[in-house]
Design a protein around this ligand. Structure first.
Ligand code: ZN
Length: 148
């Protein structure tokens, strides 16, 4: 597929080709696995948490360019952030890719705005975020089935 050819497309290509924080983590405080059956994307998110702050985050998995880039950008956005901020970003990102108004500055996440016009790709973009949310809630598995 080709998402709208704006200047942000480069960011998605870059992150899908060279994903950041793409590694397993030893002794993570939280770990969750997410699947997107619609596309076949799989992601595992690892977190180290200290005093309600995400001090380290990494991921592993396989899937399409959008799912991989989204997971990669996610790790760069939430590292060092309080859990509450990460949850707020999850909500904002979800609003962004489902075409709803977004009230906070989403920074690099704006690159995924074009996904909103491709309903079948929304789950690719949100998979890592749903998985992060599950990990923060202490759940170990999630699926995009029945979610946006
Ligand atoms: Zn996908």
């Amino acid at each position: 597929m080709s998402i709208s050819a704006d200047l942000y497309q480069e960011l998605i290509l870059d992150h899908s080709k060279s994903p950041r924080n793409f590694r397993a983590m030893e002794n993570p405080d939280r770990e969750a696995e997410g699947i997107n059956p619609l596309c076949g994307d799989e992601v595992t998110v690892f977190l180290k948490i200290e005093a309600d702050r995400i001090i380290d985050v990494s991921f592993q998995g396989q899937g399409c360019a959008i799912s991989k880039a989204s997971a990669s950008v996610l790790t760069t956005m939430i590292k060092g952030k309080p859990i509450a901020d990460a949850e707020q970003l999850f909500q904002a990102f979800h609003d962004l890719v489902t075409g709803k108004p977004v009230s906070i500055d989403v920074g690099k996440l704006a690159a995924f705005q074009g996904v909103a016009v491709y309903p079948t790709r929304v789950k690719c973009a949100t998979l890592a975020w749903h998985t992060l949310h599950s990990a923060l809630q202490g759940e170990q598995k999630t699926s995009t089935e029945g979610k946006e």
